[in-house]
Design a protein around this ligand. Structure first.
Ligand code: APR
Length: 232
């Protein structure tokens, strides 16, 4: 593999697993304990906003008490080295990339740190505990929701992400099961544009066969080793 210049890294719940944050599809994952339809769709929010807020308030508390791990910190180190045009795209809504030292991370599924008015679209920093009744600072409506992209909604930053995938020399997927689109199509998009593709994951994902190279193991071991090899 020639020395890549333009790198796009996609991360998923697996990169935060060793920080104690539950993934979605593991045996003890979030989707084993909650119905997606109830807590991760606009319809679920319309039906029972209090249930949805309880779910995200608990996730916000869990993220606040978690600490970035060696994988988050290694990506920040790669970014800080400034020797590559690196774009970090995450499906995660926690802020462990940023607390691990990375900057300008694209949160394509939104963030636990944000509140959104379902009426006027205004955004503001999320309180630790959020409720629908919280008045919007702009229009004063009681239509507050977490600034999270739910199933059936369009992810954020897609134009920038697709632009970077078209230019990438290397696409790296870390800690994601490859089951949710459009993120699950990124490896193919990048490969079609000529990029090398690498998967770093605990277990084989739904897409492992599509990657040029796949390494299995915990992110806290695989990611620092990969970054060291790139910076060596
Ligand atoms: N190190 C590396 N990979 C890990 C680790 C670890 N310590 N622990 C788990 N993994 C891998 C698992 O093998 C699995 O492939 O992380 C992946 C987690 O998969 P999911 O739980 O499906 O999470 P993710 O792929 O991020 O989900 C995508 O689905 O539910 C929606 O919007 C939600 O962003 C989320 C999207």
């Amino acid at each position: 593999m020639s020395a890549p210049q333009k790198i796009v890294v996609l991360t998923g719940a697996g990169i935060s697993a060793e920080s104690g944050i539950a993934t979605f599809r593991a045996a003890d994952g979030l989707w084993e304990q909650h119905r997606i339809e109830d807590v991760a769709t606009p319809e679920g929010f319309a039906r029972d906003p209090a249930l949805v807020h309880r779910f995200y308030n608990a996730r916000r508390a869990a993220a606040a008490s978690a600490a970035p791990n060696a994988a988050h910190k290694a990506l920040a180190r790669l970014q800080a080295a400034g020797r590559h045009d690196l774009l970090i795209v995450t499906q995660n809504v926690d802020d462990l990339h940023e607390r691990g030292g990375a900057s300008s991370v694209l949160h394509m599924h939104g963030s636990l740190a944000g509140a959104l008015c379902a009426d006027c679209g205004h955004r503001w920093p999320a309180p630790a505990v959020m409720a629908q009744e919280d008045p919007c600072p702009a229009c004063h409506a009681a239509a507050t929701r977490p600034d999270i992209v739910w199933f059936g909604e369009i992810p954020y930053h897609m134009d920038r992400i697709w632009g970077a995938l078209r230019e990438a020399d290397l696409f790296v997927s870390i800690g994601t099961s490859g089951q949710v689109y459009p993120a699950a199509a990124f490896a193919q998009d990048a490969a079609r544009a000529g990029a090398q593709t690498l998967e770093l994951n605990l277990d084989p994902s739904a897409l492992t066969a599509e990657f040029d190279e796949a390494r299995q193991g915990p992110a806290t071991r695989l990611v620092p080793a990969w970054v060291d090899s790139l910076l060596a």
